[in-house]
Each structure stands twice: as C-alpha cells, then as structure tokens.
Design a protein around this ligand. Structure first.
Ligand code: MTE
Ligand code: HPA
Ligand code: MOS
Length: 778
C-alpha cells in the first residue's frame, strides 16, 4: 500500500476477507496441540464404554447371556435396551433407528449392549464375551435385491418433465444400459467419540465429535427422557466429519449419555476403527438403469434413469440423499424430457448416510456415463458432446425440478480449463502414444460440475451467531457451525474481523455449544460458511453500528461515514484505535456484544412434485485428468490433474484451494480404490485400512494444478463467495472417465467399455476383457 495514501484511502483498501489466511488452528494442528474430544482432560471418575455388536445380518435375539461380560476385568456395568430411560431411537428424520437392538437385529454390527469399564481396553475386551442366541431371518444385502423384494425405507420418488416416452420414440439414436457405483467409508481420521459428563439437577454435558450438536442434544434428551434444556452438547473441532458425523454421531452421544446418567459418572465412548466401520453408515452405493435418446449431433432429447440405493436397515438421511441425487442427475446439462426415479432400498446393512456431496455425485455420474457413451458411439470427443448439452444462458436453462439456472458459467469455465490444460494437444499426444504402446494405455477426460447450494430441506437453511467484544478490544465469535478441518472458523473470523475493521489475530472462535447458539442445523450441504458467516456478519454489524453511533457522539460527523479498518476507527477526521473506542463505549454503557441470525431467502420446495427452488445458487467447476493404465495388471496412475473451481469471490483462496485438492483426491478414492465388500452372510469385511484402500500421498498426481475461477456470486451470499466443501468431490469424475478412455483405446474406441465404480484394478481388467471379447465377436 502507498504510504502517501490518505487514511480514508488506506481504510478503503483494507479488507479482512478475500485474502488467504492460514487455518485458525494450523499451528496447533502441526504441533499436536489442537484439542480433539479424546484430548480433553478427563474428569475424575471417568469410565469407558464399548458396544456389543450383532454378528448376524437379520435375526431375532432369543437369548442374551452377559454373565461373562459382567465378570470380565474392570467391568462396572452392562446396559441393554431395558436401561434406556427414554426413547430408544436415534433416527434423524424417521424414528426407525434403535440405539440398542430390542429383540431384533437388522445388520452385522448393530449395537446390542453397552459395557462400561474402568478402561477403554477392559471395555473392549469384555464386549466380545457375550453369548447371544439368534434365530436367523432372511437378509437382503444389495440394492437390486431390495428392489426385487420391494423393500424400501421410504416410498420411491420420481421427477418427470415433458414427455419422456414421446421424445424417446422420436429420437434418431439411443443408448441403454446399467451402471453400479459403490459406496464409500467417510474415514475421518478421528473416529466417532462422545464423552458424557453428568451435571447437577439431571443436567448432562456431552462433549462430542459431531457436525450436528443440536441434533445430538435432542437425541440425548429423548433417550434420557429429559428436555433439551437439560443437555449441553459441545464440539470444538472434529478430526474430519465428511458427513459421517451429521446424524451418525447420535448413537455414540446417546450411548455415552445413557451410561453416564445411569451410573452418575462421566462415561467416554470412543469407537476403534473396526467398530466405527462396522457400525456406522457410509456413502450410498447406487445401481442405475438408464435409457437416453439423442440426435446425430449428440444432443440429448430424452433421458430416463431408474436408481436404487442401498439405504441400509433404517431411513437415516437416505430420503434427502436420494432427493439430491435426483436433483443432480442433470449436472451441467439441459434435459428437456426426463423421467428420473430413485428408490431407497431397505437392506440388512449399515444405515447409509451423508458423505460429501450427499447423493449429488451419485446423481451426476450417471449422466456423465451416458454422455461418455454417446460420444464414443458418435466417434466424437466427449468434451464436444458435453458442451453441446450444457445449460444455456437465456434458454435451455430450466432444471427438471423447475429452478432457473441464472448463474451459468460452465461455458467460460470449461473453455478456460480446456485451454490452460492444453486438452486438445494432449488428446492428440495420447492418441500417438497409445498407437505405439501395446500394453500401457493413456486416457484423458474433462468433466464438468454444477452443484446446488442449500440444504434441500428448506427450513434447515438458517444459522445464528454471537459476537462478544471485550473491553480490551479482543473479540470472540461463537456460531452454530462446526469445525471439521474445512476452515469454517477461519472464514467466520475473517468476516467478523472485516466487519469490525480489525486484524484476524484479535478474533477467536470458540467451541460450538448448544447453550450459546440454539436450534442449529448440521454443518453440512456445504453451507457452513455461507450461513454462519452471514449470521456472524449480522452480529458484528450491529456492534459496529452501535460503536459508530457512539463515535459520532464523541467526535461528530455522520454515522454512515465512520470507517472501521486496520484496527482503527476513522471518524470525522479523527483516527481512534479500535480498543480505545471500545473502552470509551463500555464506560458509556454501550452494548458490546450481539446475536446475529440468517435465513437464506427465496427457497421453496414441494417434495410431492419434486419442484421448486431448492438451491440458493450453483457452484461450478471442471477438471481434466490424464491417466496411464497397465492393461496387463489393471494398475494405473494419475499423471496430471487440472482443476478449475468457481468459489465466487472466495473468502479465503488458500483454504478453498485446499478444499478442492482434498475433495478431488477423496472423490478419486471413491471412484477407484475404495471398495466396500460384504461377505455372503452380510458382514462388512473391509472394516480397516488393511482391506479398505483410501488414497495415500503417493496416489496424488505429481502434476496437480488447482485454480479458482474468477467469479462473483450473483446471489447476495457472504461477500459474494460460493461454497466449496462438497462440489469439488465431483471433479475426479475426470479420473474415472480418463481410465475408461484408456480402456476404450484397447478396442480402438469402437467398443463401450463396461466399467463400474470403483474402478479397481480388478474392475479395470474385467472391463478390458469385455472390450477384447466384444472385438473378437465383431
Ligand atoms: N473438509 C475437511 N477438512 N474435513 C471434513 O470433514 N467435510 C466436507 C467439507 N470439507 C469436510 C471438509 C463436507 S461433507 C461438508 S458438507 C463441508 O465441508 C462442510 O463444511 P462447510 O459447509 O463449512 O464448507
Ligand atoms: N446435505 C446435507 N445434509 C442434509 C441435506 C443436504 O442437502 N438436506 C438435509 N440434510
Ligand atoms: Mo456434508 S455430506 O453435507 O456433511
């Protein structure tokens, strides 16, 4: 900044937002000093719990013998469903989710009892000693089997527009097929944990790793037969949530609180990785049957898809997940005549739940698969077919569910990426490489993303915050959002710092706490910073206005002309240090704290017709991936990835780039190496990192170019930024389709390679064999 600039000019150039700032806990993270729930100093008398799990997928319990559990070293108590003082339910929407099995088990891993002991190790050892007698019942394990049995957790849903059948019959060309896309374990580094501490007069403090403290409060209150005001839930941070702690922290919160209330002692329940994976739900796998009509240019004229998911034994969040899948089948494409169906198959498996993208990735990947097939059938580059079908600017811009796409930037964004990634030149280079390379085959793909931002349940789009300015000028912000590593606190602190014109070092964010901001929504749907940032801005603004009014009283001038910037208040030619004005205001009895609230405007949704405006705006992105596949072993490597993401006017570019990188690699894991496998008896056998492969650092591309697209939200979002948490998870579709492209080269791009996700090496080899067999048959 020019030193000669006037104070007013300096002030005008000052900003707290739109600048890269380190994560507020970055130093604590790397020093090992960030306190996660298990690091909180334990209260004297703390006991440790473990869960006793079902070993059958579907069975009546005819007898339980817990004598050996009770007799085991260190055991203090063993609790069953009969020990729950209130309601035996932790379901977030439908109340079909028992905390402890009540005579019937519905999946392998379902909790049957809680054992409480002096140490974590004693509790775990004891939990294995139960003798449970089962009378087995038939189990449904796959979504396809659920559909065949018409076994659903909710009535199937349908979104139709236009006349699919007529449009399909008129279409000169068509493609029809099936696809299966597997689920995904959240694999947060910090597992599920809850620590319940009894307080006076029925009170219960629950320290819980959760994305949804308010819901934990409600579930615990119901389980204990108490009111919400008896329960306080607190979460300073999670070591990752990824959706897995949106609803499914409830079991752990409830179980620890039931034990603590029963024993009148603090009880900690920490899942080890195997139990965590066996007990909790994951990303929904999807099976699709599709039929799409198109013209000779590749323009889609009619699209039908029938999706069925593995919801698991209970509804959990499967309804909103399936709804989001339905509302993302269009992705970036205008589909005039559609018939989109989704059903949530009730299966004897873990109850699947939120995972980054929340059904959006599962909806969108199906249309991308179709477009890939259309391009191959026409012998065209898939990017050209994608572009031809993109939503228009002023026409062809209404989604199947009736929302008008007013902020479309996918044309400019994909063009910029096409150019910066040298897509066309690399396409030619890859063709030349493949022609000369019989075993190693390269593949390339550019895939686009459009992702709707808002909870698709309208009333959840609200948030609250509290801002306290202390007499020394330091500031605390507390809001309803939870920190899971995504940087929400950093962004909210920046917003508050910006509003009050102070350096971010003056602002501290404190633990999310249901006794501070009440009735909060989960930190989810990528809306955390959008909603809580606005609420904190509202709170900070009220304080600023009061301070400005007081400054004018002291120094004269116009209230509207008082500027807060650079730790200074500029008022009528005076420059007053922020803490000095605060001290004066305190002595004059000006209120120095405020609440703030925000509710996203303009949203509405009719679940019956599946029509409305479910989203506040859309975030866009695109990525190019280049892979090399060993066609003899099915091994592959991502050579280079270029991603361009639209985070509007980013609040914090460094954090947003980190989110894009993380989501890209996480999504790549989902589509390639992360395979969930249940044995025929319904036991999840991939319940530890030994058998479940998430990407490691060596799986990241050597050449990884992530950039933010220069944009500004057309909606009045917080400082015109856009959400970033989930949408980039769809960017590694490019990796999946690059692999498919490499396989396709084996058949000279004449055969459609059947490829399900995850594209494990085994799946890749199967696909190559299918291509080779089709070539032979032709
Ligand atoms: N980033 C980190 N580091 N850890 C997480 O658990 N969760 C993702 C995303 N990014 C997650 C993350 C999911 S599923 C969501 S919905 C958003 O963060 C939630 O945070 P936000 O709304 O504040 O972006
Ligand atoms: N995302 C995450 N959680 C949700 C949503 C959503 O869209 N809708 C309801 N709960
Ligand atoms: Mo994210 S799946 O909405 O927690």
């Amino acid at each position: 900044m020019n030193d000669a600039a006037t104070p007013a000019l300096k002030a005008a150039a000052w900003t707290g937002v739109g600048v890269s700032r380190a994560h507020e806990s970055a130093a604590l993270h790397v020093l090992g000093q960030a306190t996660y729930t298990d690091d909180i100093a334990e209260v004297q008398g703390t006991l440790h719990a473990a869960l006793g799990l079902s070993s059958k997928a579907h069975a009546n319990i005819t007898a339980i013998d817990l004598d050996a559990v009770r007799a085991s070293a260190g055991v203090v108590a063993v609790l069953t469903v009969a020990d729950i003082p209130g309601t035996n339910d932790c379901g977030p929407i439908v109340h079909d989710d028992p905390i402890l099995a009540d005579g019937l088990v519905m999946y392998v891993g379902q909790p049957i009892f809680i054992v409480v002991a002096d140490t974590h190790d004693h509790a775990r050892r004891a939990a294995r000693l139960a003798k449970v007698t089962y009378e087995e019942l038939p189990a449904i394990l796959t979504p396809q089997a659920a559909r065949a049995a018409q076994s659903y957790v909710l009535p199937p849903m349908r979104l139709a527009r236009g006349d699919y059948q007529a449009a399909f019959e008129k279409a000169p060309r068509s493609v029809k097929g099936e696809l299966y896309v597997g689920g995904q374990e959240q694999f947060y580094l910090e597992g599920q944990i809850s620590y319940a501490i009894p307080k006076e007069d029925k009170g219960m403090l629950v320290l819980c790793s959760t994305q949804h403290p308010s819901e934990m409060q409600h579930v615990v209150a119901h389980a204990l037969g108490l009111h919400s005001h008896h329960i306080v839930v607190e979460c300073r941070r999670m070591g990752g949530g990824f959706g897995g702690k949106e609803s499914q922290s409830a079991l752990w919160a409830a179980a620890s609180a039931i034990a603590a209330s029963r024993l009148k002692r603090p009880v900690k329940l920490r899942a080890d990785r195997d139990d965590d994976m066996l007990v909790t739900g994951k990303r929904h796998c999807f099976h699709y049957e599709y039929e799409v009509g198109y013209d000779d240019d590749g323009r889609i004229l009619a699209a039908r898809v029938d999706m069925v998911t593995r919801a698991g034994y209970s509804a959990d969040l499967s309804g909103p997940v399936a709804t989001r899948a339905v509302c993302h089948f269009d992705n970036t494409y205008y589909l005039s005549d559609v018939d989109i169906r989704a059903a949530c198959g009730k299966t004897n498996t873990q109850s699947n739940t939120a995972f980054r993208g929340f059904g959006g990735p599962q909806g969108a990947i199906a249309i991308e698969y179709v477009i890939d097939e259309i391009a191959r059938a026409l012998g065209r580059d898939a990017l050209d077919i994608r572009r031809l079908n993109f939503y228009g600017r002023d026409e062809r811009n209404v989604t199947p569910y009736g929302q008008v796409v007013v902020d479309n930037v996918i044309h400019a964004l994909s063009a910029e990426l096409e150019e910066s990634s040298e897509y066309r030149a690399r396409r030619a280079a890859i063709a030349a490489f493949n022609a000369a390379s019989p075993v190693l085959k390269k593949g390339l793909a550019l895939t686009p993303v459009k992702f709707g931002i808002a909870f698709n349940v309208t009333h959840l789009n609200q948030a609250g915050a509290l801002v306290h300015v202390y007499v020394d000028g330091s500031i605390i912000v507390n809001h309803g959002g939870t920190e899971m590593g995504q940087g929400i606190n950093t962004k909210v602190m920046q917003v508050v710092a910006h509003e009050l014109g102070v350096d971010i070092a003056n602002v501290r964010a404190t633990a999310t706490d249901t006794s501070k901001v009440s009735n909060t929504s989960a930190t989810a749907a990528s809306t955390g910073a959008d909603l809580n940032g606005k609420a904190a801005q509202d709170a900070a603004r009220q304080i600023r206005e009061r301070l400005a009014g007081y400054a004018v009283k002291l120094y004269g001038g116009e209230e509207g002309e008082v500027v807060f910037a650079g730790d200074t208040v500029f008022v009528n030619g005076h420059e007053v240090a922020f803490p000095v004005l605060v001290q004066k205001a305190y002595l004059a009895r000006v209120q120095l704290w405020s609440d703030g609230f925000y509710a996203t405007p303009g949203l509405h949704w009719d679940p019956k017709t599946m029509n409305g405006r479910p989203f506040s705006y859309y975030a866009y992105g695109a990525a190019v991936a280049e892979v090399v596949v060993d066609t003899l072993t099915g091994e592959w490597k991502l050579l280079r990835a270029d991603a361009l993401y639209d985070s509007g006017k980013s609040l914090n570019p460094a954090i947003d780039i980190g989110q894009v990188e993380g989501a890209f690699i996480q999504g790549m894991g989902w589509l390639t190496t992360e395979e969930l496998w249940w044995n025929p008896a319904g036991k999840l056998m991939t319940h530890a990192p030994s058998t479940y492969k998430i990407p490691g650092v060596s799986d990241c591309p050597q050449d990884f170019r992530v950039r933010l697209f220069d944009n500004r939200n057309v909606e009045d979002s917080i400082h015109r930024s856009k959400a970033v948490g989930e949408p980039p998870l769809l960017l590694p579709f490019s990796v999946f389709f690059a692999i498919r492209d490499a396989i396709s080269s084996v058949g000279g791009h004449k055969v459609q390679p059947p490829l399900n996700a995850p594209a494990t090496s085994e799946e890749i080899l199967k696909s190559i064999s299918a291509v080779e067999a089709a070539l032979k048959a032709a």
